[in-house]
Design a protein around this ligand. Structure first.
Ligand code: S3P
Length: 449
């Protein structure tokens, strides 16, 4: 349990840890590329370690190195990087006698399934209790259309499940949801097909897989449908993937907690350096602007395929806004902390088209609604979102339900609530941000007792 008390001010500069989505993809694409992939800034959190563990079980050697200046000239001598010894598209070996365990990580199981679809062995994958409640039909459906047999151990298409590797066929797939996990699963399986694959989603979800695949030499195009938000990604059959040298940008989803904290806490100024601001992830920046937040974005630069910047926020009087439509996939993981910002804003914030939040690590729509109400905030609830009426936050006990993003978002609420907020089990932050509480404490201008 951790207690977060009201603070009078937050000041300082942070380098948030590496992007979780890009860290997962660096291991996965590194494993199926030819030769060695070098990764700087890899996020060593429980989710990404689950991906490493799965690939090690399939014979991929992944090592830590210190001071690899040959690949990263400005690396500090004691900074650790990773090297993944890739074995090519079909170089994985069957994880003998053991099942693959994706722990809490939806990205691990869904992306890995696409790669397993093209192997010449079958695999059994399981996950923890939370992941075992999450829907897998969304990947079973397209993989089955690609001719791959995926069988869940239970009636309702949840984990554990078996994937019979083989020869995926190229398909045309119109996804009912904007999900980068589903899109990436299909694109990774499509690497093994002899025909092109056309994947259409209602609005563009994060495109890290596409950017990294293109950098590895894959033949990939994106087409936007005129008069609609729908985007089609086409992957053509191509050569083997070449290995990469990757610098992982800071995770905007982790930066989001401190952006919110700096805005809602009085007398504050917080700078976050090296944050990835890829336009498929930057929805929170657009929301901060719409809410009237005082924010400066500086030093915009490219880190490989990804755009990175330094972001400073200062205490602001926020106002309510509307968040719906194609912006939703670009801020999907930030909605819990955006809801906390909304609770501190003047007026009403309406969030719609966010039904996907019901099938994350917890039902986040229900959890945000319940906990904000517990903190004295009026929330009207909808099937696909909520309306949050700004007010005074009251301190209370919060059960984060094992969901890292709820624990971090409601910790930020504790910085401005009248009485302390107690997060009943805060250890779930290890899923994406093991040093979250140390980084938060580094911004305190006075020690919390
Ligand atoms: C992720 C995609 C998102 C996001 C998740 C990470 C990814 O999920 O919520 O935390 O790395 O592709 P969906 O694509 O299912 O929305």
């Amino acid at each position: 349990m951790i207690t977060i008390k009201n603070v009078s001010s937050l000041r300082g500069t942070l380098q948030v840890p590496g992007d979780k989505s890009i860290s997962h993809r660096s291991i996965m694409l590194g494993a199926i590329a030819e030769g060695d992939t070098y990764v700087r800034g890899f996020l060593k959190s429980a989710d990404c370690l689950a991906t490493i563990d799965c690939f090690r079980r399939m014979g991929i050697v992944i090592e830590s190195q210190k001071g690899n200046q040959a690949h990263f000239p400005d690396l500090k001598p004691d900074e650790t990087t990773l090297v993944i010894h890739g074995k090519g598209l079909r170089g994985l070996s069957a994880p003998e006698g053991i099942e693959l365990y994706a722990a809490n990580s939806g990205t691990t199981v869904r992306l890995l399934s696409g790669i397993l679809a093209g192997q010449n062995f079958s695999s059994h994958i399981s996950g923890d209790a939370s992941l075992s409640r999450r829907p897998m039909r969304r990947i079973i459906d397209p993989l089955s259309r690609m001719g791959i047999l995926c069988v869940s151990d239970n009636e309702d298409d949840r984990l554990p499940m078996t994937i019979m590797g083989g020869q995926p066929k190229g398909i045309r797939y119109d996804s009912p949801i904007s999900s980068a996990q589903v899109k990436s699963c299909v694109l990774l399986a499509a690497l093994y097909a002899e025909e092109p694959t056309f994947y259409t989603e209602p609005a563009l979800s994060r495109n890290h897989t596409e950017l990294m695949l293109r950098a590895c030499g894959a033949n990939l195009k994106t087409r936007k449908k005129s008069g609609s938000d729908a985007v089609t990604t086409i992957l053509y059959p191509g050569p083997s993937l070449s290995s990469l040298t990757i610098t992982v940008p800071g995770d905007i989803s982790s930066a989001a907690y401190f952006l919110a904290a700096g805005l809602i806490t009085e007398d504050s100024e917080v700078t976050l350096n090296g944050v990835g601001i890829n336009e498929t992830r930057d929805g929170i920046l657009r929301v901060i602007r719409a809410m009237g937040g005082d924010m400066t974005i500086q030093n915009i630069r490219m880190e490989g395929q990804e755009t990175v910047a330094d972001i400073t926020v200062r205490s602001s009087d926020l106002r309510g806004t509307k968040i719906r439509g194609s912006v939703i996939p670009t801020l999907i993981d930030e909605l819990p902390v955006i809801a906390v910002m909304a609770a501190c804003a003047e007026g009403v914030t309406v969030i719609r088209d966010a039904g996907e939040l019901r099938v994350k690590e917890s039902d986040r729509l229900a959890a945000i609604t319940d906990n904000l109400r517990k903190m004295g905030i009026r929330v009207d609830s909808f099937e696909d979102g909520m309306a949050i009426y700004g007010g005074e936050l009251r301190g209370t006990d919060i059960d984060p339900l094992g969901d890292h993003r709820l624990a971090m978002a409601f910790s930020i609420a504790g910085l401005v609530s009248d009485k302390p907020v107690r997060i009943l089990d805060e250890r779930c932050v290890n899923i994406s941000y093991p040093a979250f509480y140390d980084d938060l404490a580094s911004l305190f201008t006075k020690k919390q007792k």
